[in-house]
Ligand binder design. Structure first.
Ligand SMILES: [Zn+2]
Length: 323
């Protein structure tokens, strides 16, 4: 682990790269100006502010940089993601915190308000990582009922179809494949038979995805996606079923909405939409939009292995509860 302060130059350079990537890929993402309006330059540190390094030290954390536009503060038991962007919005591990005032750049070192200390403390714990997936509430292993234990997992897009391009320049097809693989192994450990529509970066027609579920006589079809919007303030997960969905599909949808709500991402609720994969599958079918890749904070979260595991665990729990 390398401890150093993220320089403003590096951050702006990075943002510029992201903007360029979005422009080149033709994404309809928001237009951005380089730099961060909430970050103002000063030649001397304001007396009431702390450098991010000092902030970390006061919390027993050191700053680890991974070339991303967020701060990663770490020690043996904790990992805190600190995301600061325009209008003074600050996020700690994906949660918006009350305004903590401006961020000041003093010769490349970031200074933040001391208030942020009290905002981060609730996220810290000793002996256990803040990113450990929530333990399963039931210690008894789940046994699928006869005929209810075959789930088709459908990682959206793939191959020539990248899906949405994230604020950080990553493809939806890659992120949803990672989440889907995690979901598959959790379900398999719980005794569920899993069939995946794709296991690698392959293009598969929507009709074929539904056909895989129909041929397998699956008990449930779950399509995994990540959302995108022109306005990057949009955030949260959404669960979809077809407009003419069966009661079982709706029951699974409500169950997923419930378990996903518990991991701290905003819910956009259970919605109806006639996506082809939902209409053409004969078994109960749901589609999960796991968050907004166009939102800087969620783009960073969705890239994180620990966070992906939490999403996958929540989806697995929702499926198991419903089945
Ligand atoms: Zn998608």
């Amino acid at each position: 682990m390398v401890n150093k302060t993220i320089s403003l130059k590096r951050l702006i350079g990075w943002v510029g790269w992201a903007v360029l990537t979005i422009a080149l890929t033709g994404c309809q993402g928001p237009t951005q100006t380089s730099g961060n309006p909430a970050i103002r330059k000063s030649s001397t540190p304001p007396s009431y502010m702390l450098s991010v390094n000092d902030l970390g030290s006061r919390l027993g954390l050191s700053v680890a940089t991974a070339g991303n536009p967020y701060y990663e503060l770490k020690n043996a038991s904790n990992r805190v993601l600190l995301f600061m962007y325009e209008n003074g919005k600050v996020y700690v591990n994906g949660d918006s915190v009350a305004s903590v005032g401006p961020v000041v750049d003093v010769n490349g070192t970031y200074y933040v308000s001391e208030i942020l200390l009290s905002q981060i403390r609730p996220y810290l714990q000793s002996g256990q990582s803040t990113w450990t997936p929530t333990p399963q509430p039931s210690p008894t292993p789940w046994t699928p009922r006869t005929g209810a234990g075959r789930v088709v997992i459908d990682p959206g897009h793939g191959g020539k179809d990248p899906g949405a391009i994230s604020y950080l320049g990553h493809y939806e097809k890659d992120i949803v494949l990672q989440i889907s693989r995690r979901l598959a192994s959790i379900l398999q450990r719980r005794g569920v038979e899993v069939i995946m529509t794709r296991r690698d970066d392959t293009f598969i027609e929507l009709e074929e995805r539904a056909a895989i579920a129909n041929r397998a006589e699956a008990d449930l079809f779950v399509s995994i996606h990540a959302d995108s919007h022109n306005d990057r303030v949009h955030q949260g997960f959404t669960v979809y079923v077809a407009r003419s969905a069966s009661d079982t599909s709706r029951q699974v949808g409500r169950s997923l909405e419930n378990t996903l709500s518990r991991i701290g991402i905003p819910s956009k609720g259970l919605r109806s939409a006639d996506y082809r994969v939902l209409v053409q599958t004969r078994c109960p079918a749901v589609l999960v939009e796991t968050g907004f890749l166009s939102n800087p904070n969620e783009a960073a979260m969705l890239l994180d292995g620990g966070y992906q595991e939490r999403i996958a665990s929540a989806i697995a729990e929702g499926i198991i509860n419903a089945l």
